[in-house]
Design a protein around this ligand. Structure first.
Ligand SMILES: C[S@@+](CC[C@H](N)C(=O)[O-])C[C@H]1O[C@@H](n2cnc3c(N)ncnc32)[C@H](O)[C@@H]1O
Length: 231
């Protein structure tokens, strides 16, 4: 049984992906105007913009979903099911699309807790309303503010799974913040975990740090990384 294939969760996700497509339609053109000829270059532009003014950049994206694709969402659901997650943390919740995929997995396994966080209060509000529409509100807590602050406390359980999908250059500091709470075997999925963006890839691919890590080959060019905590 999975609640992605039909019913309330499926209907809400379908609607949200359509809304995301409309809201984000012009982003490709904006990156092209700034000289990006492919996705990789566009992602590099984001890294450079983060280095100049991280909060200003994401303030400018307050109306954008920037969400995972339906395929990646299903992958997140499958990861959560496969590791029998009870506690999931998400860095970068935006309007709640990826949170719905992962919370649906928690629901389908009998319950659990997802903590998501985003800089933008308006996004967290929309994420709460979207998660409620999907019937998953009792499983999800959204925190507002910089994840470097919001994830410092209130992580009292062992974390089974992490989605890193916020500012690319903060993946390493956020991982280090969460590290003491990660269960051995925990899964960490890094969306757009780019090399040369703050040292995250170099860190998780060094087994001396207690991880095994590989790039995901579906959605090529996006820099998605799959990591398992081994120690
Ligand atoms: C790619 S979007 C997340 C998409 C979401 N995971 C989904 O699939 O629906 C990245 C989000 O990270 C948020 N963000 C960026 N830096 C952040 C920070 N330092 N703390 C918390 N959120 C941050 C942005 O506001 C933005 O909404």
């Amino acid at each position: 049984m999975d609640s992605l294939s039909s019913g309330r969760v499926a209907d809400v996700l379908n609607r949200l992906h359509q809304e995301a497509e409309a809201a984000d339609a012009s982003l490709g053109a904006t990156f092209a105007e700034q000289g990006a000829t492919d996705l990789e270059q566009a992602l590099r532009q984001v890294v450079e913009a983060e280095n100049r003014d991280l909060k200003g950049l994401y303030r400018g994206f307050a109306g954008n979903f920037l969400s995972v694709s339906p395929e990646f969402g299903r992958f997140l659901y499958m990861c959560a099911r496969n590791c029998k997650a009870r506690c999931i943390v998400e860095f970068g919740s935006s309007m709640g699309i990826s949170a719905i995929y992962m919370a649906a997995a928690l629901r389908d396994m009998g319950g659990g807790r997802l903590i998501g966080t985003d800089l933008e209060a308006s996004k967290a509000e929309r994420a709460r309303s979207n998660v409620a529409a999907a019937g998953l509100a009792d499983l999800v807590e959204f925190r507002v503010g910089d994840a470097r602050d919001t994830l410092k406390t209130g992580l009292d359980g062992d974390i089974d799974m992490v989605l890193l999908d916020g500012a690319f250059t903060l993946y390493l500091p956020i991982l280090k913040l969460l590290e003491p709470h990660l269960k051995p075997g925990a899964l960490i999925v890094g969306e757009n975990a780019l090399t040369d963006a703050g040292g995250y890839i170099e860190y998780v691919r060094d087994p001396r740090n207690g991880y095994l890590s590989l790039p995901l080959s579906f959605e090529p060019g996006r820099g998605n990384e799959f990591t398992v905590k081994t120690a």
